[in-house]
Design a protein around this ligand. Structure first.
Ligand SMILES: Nc1ncnc2c1ncn2[C@@H]1O[C@H](COP(=O)(O)OP(=O)(O)OP(=O)(O)O)[C@@H](O)[C@H]1O
Ligand SMILES: [Mg+2]
Length: 338
């Protein structure tokens, strides 16, 4: 399936998974693939999360105001209009970081309370409210995501979600608030968020895992919980760091050495044989885990490779984006909405 059409099945993609499995890397690769297909993309980082910029050669944290990661700089329009309101251009990627404080400020300003809003936030009112109403911080942020989705600021919005445990709280907070609040703006905001999360045409989760025992087990468990407790639709699972292929055999090494006119020392042969055994075991383990994942979580898999580089920069991001594009092309059918 074409990656542009695939991404467009839902406006918001929540990239979720256990800590360190590659959520931020997959977010960067997916954004690149979607932009490569001509879509406009907005990536959302959450409070306390950094690291997206490195893959785009943009060090430092992303701010509340959008910054371009792919595409031209954001210049003010000739008429003085805020260029950020129009969103990223086709083929461009912008990123912004959403925090509850900023989301509250904007919410209050939008509701005619601009004058008091700054004072409320700087005086720590948000912390008092957050203690009194658990989940309010998450709903403020998701409410902002909903507003961005509704405004159609970008073709695709990719949310780099917190690690699984926190993501579960983050995504279930709205339904919790819905049960707790009888009426008022909090309830209506929570209701809107629940509506967004449960509509597969607007929002889906893209679970990310590594082909290893613990991440696979956690992914399976979290996926069912997300479906049951949030009612959110799951997209395919991204298997990040997938390794495939056959290791070189000892005979090939001998042949290669001969072709180079080299003589392998006995110690070197032994070391190479051990390395081959290690790699063979590793590849078998990877296959075992992706099979188990397919059995326990019957979703299509998008497998992208482990790159043997010290860090993910723009070149590596492009390699992973291309791998993701190919994996999507191999998907048999559109993601089911059942
Ligand atoms: N396919 C890959 N090939 C090589 N290195 C990778 C790959 N995917 C991720 N990494 C590296 O693994 C580390 C963790 O990746 P990443 O930061 O994307 O994970 P994360 O799930 O976002 O982590 P956190 O839960 O801390 O936010 C990073 O150093 C990243 O560069
Ligand atoms: Mg991350």
């Amino acid at each position: 399936m074409d990656v542009g059409a695939w991404c467009s099945q839902s406006r918001v993609w929540v990239v979720a998974g256990k800590g360190g499995v590659g959520k931020t890397t997959v977010t960067a690769a997916l954004a690149t693939a979607a932009a490569g297909a001509g879509l406009s993309v907005l990536v959302i980082e959450l409070e306390g999360k950094h690291g997206l910029g490195a893959a785009f050669d943009r060090p430092g944290p992303v701010d509340y105001a959008p910054v371009p990661l792919i595409g031209p700089p954001i210049e003010p329009g000739p008429d003085g209009a805020d260029p950020r309101a129009s969103g990223p251009p086709a083929g461009g990627v912008w990123a912004r970081r959403l925090t509850p404080d900023d989301a509250l400020l904007e919410y209050l300003a939008d509701h005619g309370l601009h004058r008091v809003s700054k004072r409320l936030v700087s005086s720590g009112v948000i912390d008092v409210v957050a203690t009194a109403v658990p989940g309010i911080r998450d709903v403020l942020v998701l409410g902002k995501v909903k507003q961005i989705e509704r405004a159609g600021v970008a073709d695709v919005v990719i949310l780099d979600a917190p690690a699984t445990g926190h993501a579960m709280t983050f995504l279930t907070s709205a339904s919790g608030l819905l049960d707790a609040a009888r009426g008022g703006p909090v309830r209506s905001q929570a209701a809107d968020v629940v509506e967004l999360l449960q509509d597969p045409a607007r929002c889906r989760v893209l679970p990310v895992t590594l082909p290893e025992e613990m991440p696979v087990s956690e992914t399976v468990e979290a996926a069912y919980q997300l479906e049951d407790r949030v009612g959110i639709h799951l997209g395919p699972v991204v298997v990040n760091g997938y390794e495939a292929g056959e290791p070189v055999l000892a005979t090939d090494v001998d042949e290669a050495a001969r072709a180079l006119g080299m003589e392998l020392e006995p110690g070197a042969r032994h070391a190479i044989a051990e390395a081959q055994q290690f790699r063979l075991r590793r590849l078998r383990l990877v296959e075992e885990q992706v099979d188990r994942l397919a059995r326990d979580l019957p979703l299509p898999q998008l497998r992208i490779p482990r790159l043997f580089t010290p860090s993910i920069g723009p070149a590596e991001r492009q390699v992973l984006a291309d791998a993701l594009t190919r994996a999507v092309a191999d998907l048999a059918d559109p993601v089911s909405t059942s």
